[in-house]
Write a protein that binds this ligand. Structure first.
Ligand SMILES: Cc1ncc(COP(=O)(O)O)c(C=O)c1O
Length: 396
């Protein structure tokens, strides 16, 4: 259930699947169009000096992007949403509200098992600007507590983690970091607001790679920040406008269209994921399967308490690392490609793809080794997905 009144809609609070379909506006007030128009305009005419329609230049504000930003904020139970050209645009922009001073670094505690591009951005770029990062297994709250420093300003988590599917306790992390006077940032890409709403569990900011489940069709890149903190809205909008990594009108519309079916897709990703994970678990060539929906997943009860379901993400170790190449060559329906969360099933080799930027020792400590494959189960018929995996794993 979405709390409060959906902006622009004169109806009672909406259920999440309804909010996905309609966002914050049922129709375009000007024309009655049921699909938000694509305002493909770089600039907007001013009626006269000192007057504005509310729109001036699309890097700063665009009506299609605003409709999307309001929709994602509504779904995440936040007051403010900001859309960026990519997920990395959103991740980079959130760091702009923390300013390191001379001799006073900004320290972040970060999930060690997270998207490799985020690791690269933090470690190779922001580290040069006075940021310090501690990489921690955030599924263990004692390790998070032990990493706290006087200058810790934020805890940055992905849950479930990528690619090892560890679950971090959002509420305990929020309580801990708030007692320390710092902020909690949650990358919610993997579960989407359909299955998990971190702001309600105490997070200060939610981030997304909208390129994944939100847009959902492997055809669009997008990123989001959602929050409810009045103090941060102006600095974040300034960063968004000044750096210019804003989402285009067409990509905003594509993402809005994707979100309309988010509820249906997430249900199908969940049911397909469950079938495929159980099938893989019993396969002779598979050593171990990492999937949050297993009852023997180490954080199964936490997952049930803080989330409303499971995605279609499965990682697994093959028994023999030499089989990895054969599997990647033999899959046919399942595409060997880097990404996740779209309608098409994709298989990824994290060691060289998504997590190639992470140093070997850290990667291995997190469990990302040469035997690990990651599967993003799409919405095809699960029998076809399994038949493809069966063929790919069927060699002497
Ligand atoms: C969890 C997560 N966060 C952020 C990103 C970055 O998003 P984008 O590729 O849209 O820049 C990704 C990309 O794979 C991701 O998986």
């Amino acid at each position: 259930m979405i709390p409060g009144q959906a902006g622009g809609l004169n109806v009672p609070p909406l259920k999440t699947d309804t909010a996905c379909v309609h966002g914050t506006q049922l129709f375009d007030p000007l024309t009655g169009a049921v699909s938000v128009p694509i305002y493909q305009s770089a600039t907007f005419r001013h009626p006269r000096l000192g007057e504005s329609t509310g729109f001036d230049y699309s890097r700063a504000i665009n009506p299609t992007r605003s409709a999307l930003e309001e929709t994602v904020a509504l779904l995440e139970h936040g007051k403010h949403g900001l859309a960026f050209a990519t997920g990395m645009g959103a991740v980079s922009s959130i760091l702009k509200i923390f300013s390191p001073k001379k001799d006073a670094p900004v320290h972040f505690i970060v999930s060690e098992d997270l998207y490799g591009g985020t690791y690269r951005l933090f470690n190779e770029y922001y580290a040069a600007y006075g940021f310090e990062f501690s990489w921690v297994d955030t599924s263990d709250i004692a390790k998070v507590e032990a990493a706290l420093r006087h200058e810790t300003r934020a805890l940055y988590i992905e849950t479930p983690s990528n690619p090892m599917m560890k679950v971090t306790d959002i509420k305990r992390c929020a309580d801990l970091i708030h007692r320390h006077g710092a902020l909690l940032i949650v990358d919610n890409t993997f579960l989407t607001p359909y299955f998990q709403t971190p702001l309600g569990l105490g997070a200060d900011f939610v981030l997304h790679s909208g390129s994944k489940y939100l847009a959902g069709h492997n055809d669009t890149l997008a990123g989001f920040i959602v929050h409810s903190g009045e103090d941060y809205d102006i600095p974040l909008r300034e960063a968004q406008k000044s750096e210019g990594a804003t989402l285009s009108p067409l990509d905003s519309w594509l993402t809005l269209r994707g979100i309309k079916t988010l509820a249906l897709r997430m249900e199908k990703h969940q049911s397909n994921g469950k079938i495929v994970a159980h099938w893989l678990k019993n396969h002779a060539k598979v050593e171990k399967v990492f999937y949050t929906g297993f009852e023997d997943h180490p954080q199964h009860s936490l997952s049930a308490a803080q989330s409303r379901g499971h995605n279609g993400m499965i990682s697994f170790y093959l028994k023999d690392s030499r089989d990895v190449e054969k599997v990647l060559q033999k899959v046919n329906l399942i595409l060997f490609a880097e990404s996740l969360g779209g309608v098409e099933s994709l298989i990824t080799y994290p060691l060289v793809q998504t997590h190639g930027a992470i140093p070997e020792a850290m990667r291995l400590a997190a469990g990302v080794n040469e035997k690990l494959l990651r599967l993003s189960v799409g919405i095809e018929n699960p029998e076809d997905i399994i038949a493809d995996l069966d063929r790919a794993l069927n060699f002497p």
